[in-house]
Write a protein that binds this ligand. Structure first.
Ligand code: X2X
Length: 340
């Protein structure tokens, strides 16, 4: 009798498990998702949305926790991709800049003045270039699912308005730890210093650096005007898209049904992320720019001639990196943008 009862309980338990998901026993209780910045930055909002939609649509089978500040790699954003590949990080929403040390082709988005407007970013990420980049990311050891956006990176500083390359002379500017950025700012005549995002914030607070470059959404959430960054130049010189990825082993552990859900949730979260990243920064809606200006910030918009001076100054850097990235891929990107 006792044996019979035990068997009944055991088979009932198996039935419940089976009803939840045939794969559930292989799933982790938590998947670690890496980002650099958390909500309310658009980047963090996109990651939160991905986790939220996935949890909802899988009835909690896939439970994602966001680890901002790239804390899973001790704040060193240039090591994030390696950690994803190795499985130290399960999933990530990461910037093309931070993964470019491992994937040279991602420097495409950091080519100076390649993408003049939002339509140009879309022409790349949503076109044949985006497909090609996803193939390359996959070859390098992560499963790419969707695109979001950090944004156009505008230069700010505490010393003077920047209108011409000559205005940058002697300015100590924090740049990300990716060599193309040092090359560009050397070419502009500034004094670039490579630093992680974790180190950049105290450096701005103490005035150890004069300036930095980041999207205005980052500027506004951090209230960079209070850190002395009173000069902003809208020059749209580069933009960094974000990519949603999953470690291949983790990906393979999911049922086809859950893979589909996770991918669609990333696509939906990516669309939302792009929307919030551009909010208040478009020709139709400049509200974020106006809001920053209302804090007494001097916002410089370059004339065509002024912009051209920066384009000219960075021409050799463009050429050098076009070769490194692969001339075919850059040609494809230039064509996609010309036909947007
Ligand atoms: O470090 C930066 O400037 C940031 C937050 O924009 C990136 O992670 C690329």
């Amino acid at each position: 009798m006792q044996f019979f009862k035990t068997m009944m309980v055991a088979s009932a338990a198996v039935a419940i498990l089976g009803a939840t998901s045939s794969m559930a026993e292989d799933y982790k209780s938590e998947y670690r998702v890496s980002t650099v910045v958390p909500a309310p930055f658009p980047w963090g909002l996109a990651a939160d949305k991905w986790a939220e939609l996935t949890k909802e649509r899988t009835n909690g089978r896939i439970n994602m926790k966001i680890y901002p500040g790239v804390q899973l790699v001790q704040g060193d954003q240039t090591r994030e991709f390696t950690a994803i590949r190795q499985g130290v990080i399960d999933m990530a929403v990461g910037s093309t800049i931070n993964w470019s040390p491992q994937i040279t082709e991602l420097n495409l988005f950091s080519l100076p003045f390649l993408m003049p407007d939002y339509a140009a970013i879309d022409a790349l990420t949503q076109g044949p270039v985006g497909t090609k980049i996803f193939e390359i990311v996959e070859k390098n050891g992560a499963v790419p699912l969707a695109w979001a956006e950090n944004g156009f990176r505008e230069v700010t500083n505490s010393v003077r308005p920047i209108r011409m390359p000559a205005d940058m002379k002697g300015l100590k500017l924090r740049v990300v730890g990716s060599p193309i950025f040092s090359d560009m700012f050397d070419a502009f005549g500034a004094n670039p210093t490579q630093m992680s995002w974790a180190d950049a914030q105290p450096a701005l607070t103490t005035g150890a650096v004069d300036g930095q470059e980041n999207p205005l959404t980052i500027y506004s959430v951090l209230n960079m005007q209070d850190l002395g960054q009173k000069n902003v130049t809208l020059w749209h010189y580069v933009a960094d898209p974000l990519i949603f990825v999953v470690n291949p082993k983790v990906w393979d552990s999911f049922s086809p049904e859950d893979q589909k859900i996770l991918r669609q949730a990333a696509i939906d979260a990516g669309a939302y992320g792009v929307m919030v990243a551009r909010k208040g920064l478009t020709k139709d809606d400049e509200s974020l720019i106006k809001q920053i200006e209302s804090h007494g910030v001097d916002i410089v918009t370059l004339s065509d001639q002024e912009r051209q001076a920066f384009v000219d100054a960075s021409r050799d850097v463009y050429k050098k990196w076009k070769e490194k990235i692969g001339a075919d891929l850059v040609d494809m990107a230039e064509k996609s943008i010309a036909n947007r």
